[in-house]
Write a protein that binds this ligand. Structure first.
Ligand code: GCW
Length: 710
């Protein structure tokens, strides 16, 4: 056999067929399934010629399954980008013009365990790392580089993750529904597992690994004890077997009362020796099936879920009991700080801080406390949670929400990177200026190494994974930021757009413009000037008038506090005084209504309707202006989208264009609900220059009620 034919032969036996097995034919148009891993053929002749010079072989130095995923992905990618079958070789010493995936032994260079380096060495491109996972991440980075058609010449890239545990949280239920999921049913087909392993699990793993995500919590934090049964552990193990190949560890949410409901014990008291033994045995049972199991995520004593307080014990008692069960293993316990008691006089804003700060230093080192970005609940805009910086002896992980629970579900286009960045870049001032939330989360401020960033997933079994095509960007942005929180929102938007939608520069620019402004536009028509929670029920339809609930903080009026005098929640000394949970420098930012930045104004102050704001307008006029311009700006978004039309796949173009139409209609609905309702307190006409709503308040209420009918 000549060399050439031998290589061809090798490429056949060494290469596993390309993934995305269930791809539609290209004539079906772009259905979004391939996400940002399209690997479209390189059209530019010069770029292609350069790439061809470096792709005569793929050299792999490890046979481990994660490294194998890297070479398989590279092979798939190159085949599609360059139309060529690049052979994968184990022995390539002295060969030139290829891509070498090199596992370095020992503690080399500036790389951490999962970091990677990509550089030119002679005429080879070398992707090196101390770990197979690093090789996989480096491979995806190289493919990203090539998908963006950037030159190989001068390539020299070192990248390390800033956070250790980068994970998705799925709020998926055993019956296939997803709490706050808007993209179809769960990806996990529990009734088919463990025998049938849906090929989609692998594509899910690839997509995550391409961003550096290394953990996934498969089930809802409002957890079913079923996941602790042997029957389900085996099902979970079948998914974990797929995840492992892509460097992803599998985690489970646990139901704290499982010892009682599943184990038949008389109690689930974390200090009861039998309960402790039950969990230890349970964890051992899981590790038997899943040797690299990641750990538990726990929602306890929150919104009716059971927890240690049911037995007079603390969150630390509960978390530490579970941590003890993980002692023999590598796994961790992620304990959520999303708690708020039903106290009619309390400010929910203060609840997590009040319960958790006194526990600082009491958690086992295997515990990470996971904190939502804001003190309330994933609002379109929130100040950062005052827990960040105030628990220096406890690793605090970040919980972002990718699924658009309060951001218009999968209908409204809202690019979330600016929300994530706004929180990460906030200064807590705990160790002087520059003590950003990001530095708390990445461990650099308080010196802990168990660091975590979690995102509540927006995936479902919709063909395009996320329902709204642009919502894919939110999954992408979360993943990229969990790896490197210093990337800018715009940079990520550019990257995602070029990989996913179009490489045409002008078209790309108008999409990036649309994305970059989308969050502010949403805030303007939905919750301007620091309003929050104007919806109850399904968290979609506007209901600022909603004033009945089983507890006061489950009404809308609790949050906005509209009355004949003005609007907003006073959290200064004269109100709930929640501001004292922040350092003085932060308090100064927000305790004076004249100096508070307008986006946060009503978070902290009750403002008179006729008060003149820094814009020169009164509160009422400012509200009208924002609500109206917000709704109008959706037409601007439509224009930006249309500017890109000729450079977009028609299927994707139409899908987004139609969703933008819905968004526009609903933005007007939100605007009208707010202005008509608030007008009953402010008693003022709609600001001059804007057309009063065509409907009455009663009519709007009726249209909202339709959404609330079960
Ligand atoms: O935002 C609220 C949601 C609940 C969710 C809860 C939580 C999973 O409305 O659906 O429950 O937060 O984060 O625990």
């Amino acid at each position: 056999m000549t060399n050439k034919y031998f290589l061809l032969f090798l490429s056949f036996i060494l290469i596993v067929p390309a993934s995305f097995a269930s791809d539609p034919l290209s004539s079906d148009g772009d259905d979004g399934y391939k996400l940002w891993l399209k690997y479209e053929a390189v059209a530019n002749a010069a770029v292609k010629a350069e790439y061809l010079r470096y792709t005569s072989f793929i050299g792999e130095s490890s046979k481990g399954e994660v490294a194998q995923s890297a070479s398989r992905e590279l092979h798939t990618g190159l085949k599609s980008l360059l139309g060529k079958n690049v052979p994968v070789l184990n022995s390539f010493g002295g060969k030139s013009g290829g891509i070498i995936l090199k596992l370095e032994s020992g503690t080399a260079s500036s790389q951490q365990e999962e970091g990677y380096q990509i550089k030119l060495s002679g005429t080879n491109v070398v992707v090196s790392s101390n770990s197979e996972r690093g090789i996989l991440y480096g491979t995806f980075a190289l493919l990203r580089h090539m998908q963006m058609q950037l030159p190989v010449k001068g390539l020299n890239l070192t990248s390390n993750p800033r956070v250790r545990y980068r994970m998705l949280n799925h709020w998926d239920n055993p019956d296939g529904t997803i709490e706050r999921g808007y993209a179809g049913a769960s990806l996990w087909k529990w009734y088919e597992l463990p025998e049938r392993v849906d090929p989609r699990y692998q594509d899910y793993a690839r997509a995550n690994a391409s961003l550096g995500i290394n953990g996934t919590v498969l089930n809802n934090v409002n957890a079913s004890a079923r996941f602790m049964s042997q029957e389900y552990i085996v099902k979970v193990a079948a998914i974990a077997n797929v995840m492992r190949k892509y460097g992803i560890k599998t985690y489970l949410s646990v139901y704290f009362a499982a010892p009682k409901t599943l184990g038949g014990l008389p109690t689930s008291d974390p200090l009861d020796p039998k309960v402790r033994a039950w969990w230890a045995e349970k964890v051992a049972q899981i590790y038997k099936e899943i040797p690299d199991f990641g750990g538990f995520l726990v929602k306890a004593n929150s919104e009716g879920e059971p927890g240690p307080q049911d037995y007079g014990r603390s969150h630390a008692d509960g978390a530490n009991m579970l941590a003890e069960a993980f002692k023999p293993y590598d796994g961790i316990v992620v304990w959520r700080a999303f708690v708020y008691k039903a106290d009619p006089n309390a400010d929910r804003f203060k609840a997590a801080y009040e319960e958790f700060v006194p526990l600082d230093g009491k958690f086992d080192p295997k515990v990470i406390v996971q904190v939502k970005n804001g003190p309330i609940d994933f609002q379109p805009r929130e100040p950062f949670s005052p827990l960040f910086g105030n628990m220096p002896k406890t690793p605090l992980g970040m919980e972002f929400q990718i699924t658009q629970e309060y951001l218009g579900f999968a209908t409204h286009a809202v690019y979330e990177a600016p929300i994530f960045k706004e929180c990460l870049d906030s200064d807590t001032y705990v160790n002087g200026a520059g003590s950003t939330v990001a530095k708390v989360v990445d461990g650099s401020l308080h010196g802990y190494t168990r660091t975590l960033m979690a995102g509540v997933a927006n995936t479902g079994n919709a063909r395009n994974w996320t329902g709204h095509p642009l919502a894919q960007a939110n999954w992408y942005a979360f993943g990229r930021l969990s790896w490197d929180h210093q990337l800018s929102s715009e940079q990520i938007a550019r990257e995602w757009t070029a990989l996913t939608l179009t490489r045409n520069q002008k078209a790309g620019e108008s999409i990036v413009r649309l994305m970059s402004r989308s969050r502010e536009i949403y805030v303007d028509y939905n919750t301007p000037l620091g309003l929050s929670r104007p919806w109850m029920g399904v968290h979609f339809a506007p209901e600022p008038w909603q004033n009945k609930g089983s507890r006061p903080d489950w009404t809308a009026v609790y949050y906005h506090r509209a009355d004949s005098v003005g609007l907003g929640f006073d959290r200064t000394e004269s109100g709930s005084n929640a501001l004292t949970q922040y350092r003085p420098q932060v308090q100064q930012q927000w305790n004076n209504p004249d100096k508070t930045a307008l986006p946060y104004l009503l978070w902290f102050h009750h403002i008179r309707w006729d008060k003149k704001l820094s814009t020169g307008r009164t509160l009422w006029d400012e509200l009208c202006t924002r609500l109206y311009t917000g709704a109008d700006s959706v037409t601007w978004m439509q224009q930006q989208w249309d500017l890109a039309k000729t450079h977009l796949d028609p299927q994707v173009y139409t899908d987004v264009a139609q969703r933008l139409q819905v968004q526009h209609r609903e933005a007007i609905w939100w605007r009208d609900s707010w202005v008509l309702y608030l007008q009953t307190f402010a008693k003022q006409p709609i600001t001059a220059g804007f057309e009063p709503p065509k409907q009455t308040l009663d009519e709007v209420k009726k249209s909202v009620n339709v959404y609330l009918i079960r």
